[in-house]
Design a protein. Structure first.
Length: 266
């Protein structure tokens, strides 16, 4: 969307990498900005986007027209969407600026449950890769929260930063470890068994951290990107944790992810 996502239409671009490089496989347009996207875990052609009008869209890359379905329940921007990765469930969680997270089954036309408790906008909602039905949310209210879809209310509230938290992620190798990235330019690691102190703090970014992701291949590695235009790679087990700073971008760096198939690809 235009103007840093505040106005304008959104486009979903589906890309494919082949010998010639990265090519555009298909693109879909939506009448508002698209803020996040998640692939289906049971159909390689299906994905879900979340948008500035508060809706979620289900798309099928095998079809030229779309979307297949639109879910409109959030009353403000739907800023985050994630498809569960544990076996035995097909659940999607969305997080919104309306301060709620919602649980969806893509086969059902309405949300299964709404999670309330945050006192600020929700920027990030991420499923645990280990624990079925468990997700984390990061918010402008300066807290990281952990939820269980089978339990009432919030499971855990972590006052993680004294600033808005824009991103969080789960470690792929430790079910108790999460990382947060915030407007205070810091990354913090949290052990759910003892939340009084972070297990690590990573400093180096000079503006707000927009996205943080743990490596799927290395237990101690993570990547972050920031409004300081950089992407940084960290080994939080190292006394000098900053491994590399990449300065290829000339504008705000808003998102990143690490390939599940190619160990070195970001």
């Amino acid at each position: 969307a235009q103007y840093y996502g505040i106005a304008g239409c959104g486009t979903l671009a589906v890309l494919e990498q082949n010998e010639a490089g990265i090519v555009l496989l298909r693109s879909f347009d939506w009448n508002d900005g698209l803020f996040d996207v998640t692939w289906s875990e049971n159909n390689e052609h299906v994905l879900i986007t979340s948008s500035g009008d508060g809706s979620l869209q289900i798309w099928d890359t095998a079809k030229t027209k779309g979307p297949l379905q639109v879910y409109k329940e959030h009353t403000q921007e739907a800023y985050s969407v994630d498809w569960s990765q544990t076996r035995g469930e097909q659940l999607v969680v969305s997080g919104s600026w309306d301060q709620t997270a919602k649980l969806w089954d893509p086969a059902v036309g309405k949300s299964l449950r709404t999670f309330k408790g945050h006192e600020g906008v929700i920027y990030s909602t991420i499923w645990s890769p280990h624990i079925p039905g468990c997700f984390a949310s990061a918010s402008g209210d300066q807290t990281l929260r952990v939820w269980d879809v089978k339990a009432p209310g919030v499971k855990l509230v972590i006052p993680a930063h004294q600033a808005e938290i824009l991103s969080c992620d789960w470690c792929k190798y430790d079910e108790n470890l999460l990382v947060t990235g915030a407007v205070d330019c810091s990354l913090k690691g949290w052990d759910l068994r003892n939340i009084r102190q972070p297990v690590f703090i990573l400093l180096g970014h000079t503006y707000a951290i927009r996205r943080v992701k743990f490596s799927p291949f290395h237990a101690n590695l993570l990547a972050s990107c920031s409004y300081d235009f950089t992407v940084r790679f960290w080994d939080f087990s190292n006394p000098n944790p900053l491994l590399e700073t990449v300065e290829h971008h000339t504008e705000f760096t808003c998102g990143l992810d690490l390939s599940l198939h190619n160990c070195g690809q970001v």
